[in-house]
Design a protein around this ligand. Structure first.
Ligand code: HEM
Length: 133
């Protein structure tokens, strides 16, 4: 198996863990659970997101596809930044439950968009998936 295969597996695996962990923390937030403050719940996402980002940078470097040069990578980087910002509002900074819930839904929509960009290599994401070439 090639290095590309392994690093891509780490990338896709950490994407899955990141989304699953975010949904789990979102549910804790909506329920007002004190578990959200548990050490593991606070630290694990940093480990997962570091693996996600490091593997992303390696894959982009390997494929010679760069942000602000190739549209789909640019869309992924901007989408990742939006996912992080909305996630911070959803889990920490949002002033009311309503604001946090809306930010949570928007973060999930954003990461779903990024997954479709990843699968299609096209910044149009879901629209490209519908086949409008
Ligand atoms: C929330 C953020 C991200 C998600 C959900 C995500 C998701 C994915 C998925 C599902 C794949 C596999 C696609 C396939 O099998 O065809 C993939 C591959 C890839 N991702 Fe990401 N990714 C994210 C962030 C990034 C970022 C920020 C970069 C670049 C800096 C990046 C670069 C790549 C590259 C180069 C590949 C390999 C594409 C190929 O096999 O041709 N990803 N990503």
């Amino acid at each position: 198996m090639s290095a590309f295969f392994w690093i891509k597996s780490i990338h896709v695996g950490s994407v899955g863990l990141s989304i699953a962990g975010f949904i789990a923390r979102g549910v804790l937030m909506l329920r007002g659970s004190a578990l959200l403050e548990a050490r593991f719940v606070r630290v694990a996402p940093h480990v997962v997101d570091t693996a996600l980002l490091a593997s992303a940078v390696w894959l982009a470097w390997f494929l010679h596809q760069y942000p602000f040069v190739d549209g789909w990578i640019t869309a992924k980087v901007l989408g990742l930044l939006a996912y992080i910002a909305l996630g911070m509002i959803a889990l920490r900074r949002g002033r009311s439950l309503r604001v946090r819930a809306v930010a949570f839904a928007a973060a999930l929509a954003t990461v779903a968009y990024v997954v479709t960009v990843a699968l299609t290599h096209d910044p149009r994401g879901p629209l490209a998936l519908l086949g409008g070439a």
